[in-house]
Design a protein around this ligand. Structure first.
Ligand SMILES: Cc1cc2nc3c(=O)[nH]c(=O)nc-3n(C[C@H](O)[C@H](O)[C@H](O)COP(=O)(O)OP(=O)(O)OC[C@H]3O[C@@H](n4cnc5c(N)ncnc54)[C@H](O)[C@@H]3O)c2cc1C
Length: 478
């Protein structure tokens, strides 16, 4: 952290939240400084462009959660009690898993209206976008009205492999031929694209293209021509709509080939000032820094724009343990050090050998400390015109609303201080998964497990939720 910066209790630079700063144009489109380092000088960033993002007015003294609807505050509070209570969570998760894996019509929430009436308002609505175009568009526009820059819409289909590299949940007879599988997948993504607008994202899981593609990934094959053609159609459509695409990282047995296929997509589509395709790097891997370095170097050498979504990694239970940092603290330190170096344009030799290198970065995660630190660092570097890349942020629907809203508030405060020089206005996206209640049960089970693993953070979030609820009940304005 640079000296001279004072952080408030949220870890945000007080210069940006000070109520004495001038305010302007609360409902107008607000200019966001987009900052890229000047060729040849990493410490002399210039502001290359301004992006217009509509923001909602929020009083600077307001709780970041003030923008959430009361139903959402109540549901988040209920779930935080559920996740942090072992007495409720263990039996609750067991029942949930039983429903998720059962073949019985009685336990199928798509067919049993009573079951659906319980799961839908309590869990599904919290974590999923909807079952059809109308529901998904409604969820997505509600999220944008809260001030988020857009949504990342994910088509839920995926394949996961067990310890013997056999796919979970697929019988022998379920394998279609490659052409049909890829065609179905392409149609799924083109339909997903119909539900997003300019500025939104498409979240792509390559294993979603089916068992044949998963096998090709596992065997380290080149991308089949059917897949290459399908991605060509999807990428062209996304680009014509003003959407971007991120390719999820998956299990390590598949990831080497996923990286290779994604590099081919980046080569093809990441020309010019804005990348279309983002690769995902998992910071829990001991080799994650090397992966970032490799991507930056290849991009510099071949003349395309590197684009990275940085996550901690979600496959600890499937991946080889020795590939992953030994402790959570090491994963945290690795994530934070990659962020620090990418924001400063230091630490990776590609920045020294190719000072003109430009790249894009999305920080996907819910770790409050990491996100606050990254936002604060970006604000500081931006104010000194030394920000190498403008980080964007992504959280999953229903998770980490406290930090998501805090980022929005930071951005709105920075937007209001127009005229004071260059400020960092974070772009924040919510990642949505869609499908019927039954189709989303596996995804929902993963969210429940992940939330339980973050029980400490949830307890901190619950305090803020209770304060927000109390504020509403006592009719206080802030
Ligand atoms: C928008 C979005 C997109 C995502 N896309 C992907 C994706 O494409 N691929 C993917 O794999 N994940 C993805 N994830 C999930 C992500 O990798 C994390 O699992 C999840 O976000 C929780 O981590 P966190 O950064 O929020 O913080 P935290 O909750 O603080 O961190 C939890 C993470 O720390 C790591 N960890 C926990 N215990 C240990 C330990 N003992 N030793 C070492 N490391 C440990 C694990 O990675 C664990 O998931 C995505 C998450 C988001 C929000």
């Amino acid at each position: 952290m640079a000296s001279g910066i004072r952080l408030n209790r949220f870890g945000v630079d007080t210069k940006l939240t000070s109520p004495t700063r001038p305010r302007c144009l609360p409902w107008a489109s607000t200019s966001i400084g987009s900052m890229y380092a000047t060729p040849g000088a990493r410490n002399k960033a210039t502001y290359a462009s301004a992006l217009d993002v509509p923001v909602k007015p929020t009083e600077t003294s307001m709780s970041p959660l003030a923008r959430l609807p009361t139903s959402s505050v109540l549901r988040s509070l209920f779930l935080s009690i559920f996740f942090t209570s072992p007495l409720l969570f263990r039996p609750g998760l067991a029942v949930f898993k039983a429903i998720a894996t059962s073949e019985l019509a009685l336990l199928n929430p798509d067919r049993n209206p009573v079951l659906r009436a319980v799961i839908r308002p309590l869990v599904y609505d919290q974590f999923c976008a909807g079952r059809n175009v109308a529901e998904i568009k409604k969820t997505s526009s509600a999220i944008k009205q809260l001030g988020f820059s857009g949504v990342v819409l994910c088509y839920g289909k995926e394949v996961q492999l067990d310890a013997n590299n056999k796919p979970y949940g697929y019988g022998e007879g379920q394998m279609l031929n490659l052409e049909d599988e890829v065609k179905q997948w392409q149609t799924g993504y083109l339909n997903t694209l119909k539900m997003v607008g300019p500025g939104d994202w498409l979240g792509v899981k390559l294993t979603g293209a089916g068992l044949n593609i998963t096998k090709a990934l596992l065997d380290g094959q080149s991308a089949p021509k059917e897949f290459v053609e399908a991605m060509e159609v999807v990428c062209r459509q996304a680009q014509s709509q003003g959407c971007r695409i991120w390719i999820d990282s998956e299990q390590q047995v598949l990831q080497k080939t996923i990286d290779e296929w994604t590099f081919d997509l980046m080569r093809r589509w990441n020309k010019g000032d804005k990348a279309l395709v983002f690769n995902t790097v998992q910071a829990y891997l001991k080799c994650s820094r090397d992966k970032v370095e490799h991507q930056l170097q290849v991009a510099a050498k071949e003349g395309w724009r590197s684009a990275i979504k940085l996550v901690r990694g979600a496959y600890m239970s499937n991946d080889k343990r020795e590939l992953i940092h030994d402790t959570k603290a090491e994963t945290d330190a690795c994530y934070d050090s990659i962020v620090e170096d990418l924001l400063h344009g230091t630490g990776f030799s590609a920045f020294q050998s190719s000072p003109e290198l430009k790249h894009d970065l999305v920080l996907a995660g819910h770790n409050t400390k990491t996100i606050r630190r990254a936002a604060s660092m970006a604000s500081d570097l931006a104010s000194r015109r030394q920000l190498k890349v403008v980080p964007e942020f992504g959280q999953l629907q229903g998770m980490a609303d406290d930090i998501g809203c805090e980022l929005l508030q930071l951005g709105e405060n920075a937007s209001r201080s127009a005229g004071s020089g260059m400020s960092f206005v974070p772009r924040v996206y919510k990642c949505l998964t869609w499908g019927s209640v039954r189709e989303c049960m596996q995804y929902l089970t993963r969210r429940l497990v992940e939330n339980r693993g973050a029980a400490d953070r949830m307890q901190e979030g619950a305090v803020q939720l209770r304060q927000e609820l109390w504020r509403r009940l006592s009719f206080r304005s802030s």
